[in-house]
Design a binder for this molecule. Structure first.
Ligand code: AMP
Length: 289
């Protein structure tokens, strides 16, 4: 017998796939709808906005917290990733999470694990081009989480616009019966998109980091003024970033929102996407033109 997760006052932390399955099956038997918010933890207001939305739209909200090793190309980035399960569980519960799924690496990837989800096309641009096997890791873990939690809806942030688009395509192509819901980017008062990686910025780097949002806005303003040449817009974006000595541009591109391929002429609805190192920390952000 598993305890019911809906209506529980205290959030349940579930570490094993079998227990998660049983819990989901119980909820289903009782006719409950299920919302899933996949995260890597170190929860901030951006994550909490996804959890709130899931809690408003589903009977049961599951938050997964798993720092997925196979999506990291940089082992130092993986090692430095902030982790605090007790704090995360409390903040997720406060905004309506019913269960936290927090498996170990060996629970998700036992010895001999060898099935991966590889997407072509959309996942080869931008972050897929510069971070080898990143989206293979993301799609594999999300596909597993969908099988484990059987969600009606799964919630992703527009901050990771390419990731949300890749997951939508994967869910459609592999016939997952899950609606992919995207939620707006939550920012600090100075425009910096909230990210778990922001905690790794020192004070000077934190001061420098809003240059991403300033650069995006400079590009968007140029587009609104009538410029459509993608090269000229990204040049203006780069100029803002290059004026900040702590910033090093990884990419600055205007892409089609469906294919994430670069466009020569920007159109309304295209995505202006950035990846920028501030010191050793790689931050991404984007804006819809
Ligand atoms: P992560 O823990 O970084 O893998 O993020 C988990 C989910 O939260 C992803 O769908 C992200 O896009 C989303 N997310 C991260 N930062 C923000 C933000 N500032 N605003 C909205 N959603 C976010």
């Amino acid at each position: 017998m598993t305890e019911p997760i809906d209506g529980a006052k205290q959030v349940r932390i579930i570490e094993h796939i079998k227990e998660m399955w049983e819990t989901v099956m119980d909820a289903r038997k009782n006719g409950r709808s299920i919302g899933l918010v996949p995260t890597m933890g170190a929860l901030h207001r951006g994550h909490l906005s996804l959890i709130e939305r899931a809690a408003a739209e589903n009977d049961v909200t599951i938050v997964s917290i798993f720092v997925n090793p196979i999506q990291f190309d940089d082992k130092q980035d993986l090692g430095a990733y902030p982790r605090d399960l007790a704090r995360d569980a409390a903040s997720a519960a406060a905004v309506g999470a019913n269960a936290i799924f927090a498996p170990s690496v060996s629970e998700m990837y036992p010895d001999g694990f060898s099935a991966y989800v590889d997407m072509t096309g959309i996942s080869e641009a931008l972050c897929g081009r510069v971070r080898e096997a990143h989206f293979r890791g993301v799609c594999t873990v999300v596909a597993k989480l969908f099988h484990i939690t059987d969600p009606d809806r799964a919630y992703f942030g527009e901050k990771d616009a390419q990731q949300a688009a890749v997951i939508k395509k994967m869910a459609a192509d592999l016939n997952f019966n899950t609606e992919i819901v995207t939620c707006p980017t939550v920012r600090d008062t100075d425009g910096l998109a909230l990210s778990s990686r922001n905690t790794r910025l020192d004070a000077a780097e934190r001061n420098a980091a809003p240059c991403l949002y300033r650069a995006l806005n400079a590009g968007a303003a140029l587009f609104r003024s009538g410029e459509s040449d993608a090269g000229k817009i990204t040049e203006a974006v780069r100029a803002v970033l290059e004026a900040e000595p702590r910033a090093r541009v990884d990419y600055a591109e205007i892409v089609d929102p469906a294919s994430f391929r670069g466009v020569p002429k920007a159109r309304s609805g295209d995505v202006l996407a950035l990846a920028v190192y501030i010191g050793a920390v790689r931050l991404i952000d984007n804006l819809r033109l």
